[in-house]
Design a protein around this ligand. Structure first.
Ligand SMILES: NC(=O)c1ccc[n+]([C@@H]2O[C@H](COP(=O)([O-])OP(=O)(O)OC[C@H]3O[C@@H](n4cnc5c(N)ncnc54)[C@H](OP(=O)(O)O)[C@@H]3O)[C@@H](O)[C@H]2O)c1
Length: 298
């Protein structure tokens, strides 16, 4: 590590949730390498043993449990007296047709992906306000701007993270606190296996079987996805840029997919998605997929 960069961040404290695998583990390591004191949080503390061996402080935290979050932040403040970076990364994909997903599971998806993040913000912001400095980095997804069938509740949480973060950015700017959204594309982590299992368990044998199995096949093609370190690097950039961007869109497909969503009318985008998934050429009112493939989308 560059010594100048290391000394600049030597006493800064960073929190990373969802650090037991994937993006969170990569982010914790990258921030630790840059000289931050890193607190890594997840439920599976045993999965964070390699982080702890590297000098990262690993703690068992469930983001849906208020007492667990409160104790976590209290411990960090008693040990270090400050919090400079909060990376809200914990999340999972609760997939399945909207008709099939039990409402209790939909609520759990919001508890983990949105309310856990929002509660941590409430616990951390008073300390950042006192410091008149701090950064909150919320891990959203390109799924916070685009949609696939079978991912409705996941999209609902990530669209919510996007809107929530925009408001938070405006509210915290006068206190010198930056709020950044990171929107990963496809990243090679446990996310796809967890989401694929949820999908098949929920809709693999229902009226939506065809769409569910088609999407499960797309999710299982993990080889092309970007490494989680790509997002870890973006998190470091967002943590250290003098003027961080409001959004970082990184990882396989992130930019092209978002441009396509921006450029295409809703129904054309729907057809493109069906084409990629290989399903539903004759879903209510839409022309056959073959017509789209031939470039006739109107
Ligand atoms: N992978 C992708 O392609 C992709 C794309 C866009 C966005 N994202 C987002 O990136 C974030 C990280 O996902 P990932 O890809 O790194 O997936 P991952 O490897 O499955 O990691 C998810 C992390 O979230 C933690 N987590 C889940 N529920 C939790 C809870 N109740 N309390 C505390 N921690 C919890 C898990 O830890 P424990 O199970 O040990 O608690 C795990 O460390 C998520 O918000 C995801 O939606 C991922």
């Amino acid at each position: 590590m560059n010594t100048k960069a290391a000394s600049k961040v030597a006493s800064k404290v960073a929190i990373v949730t969802g650090a037991s695998s994937g993006i969170g583990a990569a982010a914790a390591r990258r921030l630790h390498d840059r000289g931050y004191v890193v607190y890594a949080a997840a439920r599976r503390i045993e999965m964070m043993a390699p982080l702890a061996e590297a000098g990262i402080r690993a703690m068992r935290v469930d983001v849906t449990d208020d007492a667990s979050l409160t104790a976590f932040i209290a411990q960090i403040i008693s040990e270090t007296g400050r919090i400079d970076i909060l990376v809200n990364n914990a999340g999972y994909g609760s997939l399945g047709a909207l008709e099939d997903v039990p409402m209790a599971e939909a609520r759990r998806q919001f508890d983990v992906n949105l309310f856990g993040l929002a509660r941590l913000v409430q616990l951390v912001v008073p300390h950042m306000r006192k410091q008149r400095d701090g950064r909150i980095i919320n891990i959203s997804s390109i799924g916070g701007r685009v949609h696939l069938p079978m991912c409705g509740w996941y999209h609902a949480t990530k669209f919510a993270v996007e809107g929530y973060s925009d408001t938070l950015r405006m509210e915290l700017a006068p206190f010198g606190i930056h709020v950044v959204v990171i929107a990963p594309g496809a990243i090679d982590t446990e996310w796809h296996a967890v989401a694929g299992d949820n999908l098949i368990a929920t809709s693999g044998h229902s009226a939506y079987e065809k769409q569910a199995t088609a999407l499960a096949k797309v999710l299982s093609v993990g080889g092309l996805a970007s490494a989680p370190e790509v997002i870890g690097d973006a998190i470091v950039r967002a943590s250290e840029a003098r003027r961080p961007r409001t959004r970082y869109r990184v990882g396989l497909g992130a930019k092209p997919v978002l441009v396509a969503r921006w450029a295409l009318p809703d129904k054309t985008f729907d057809r493109l998605v069906r084409l990629v998934m290989g399903v539903g050429s004759r879903v209510a009112g839409s022309p056959p997929v073959a017509k789209i493939a031939a470039g006739r989308t109107s």
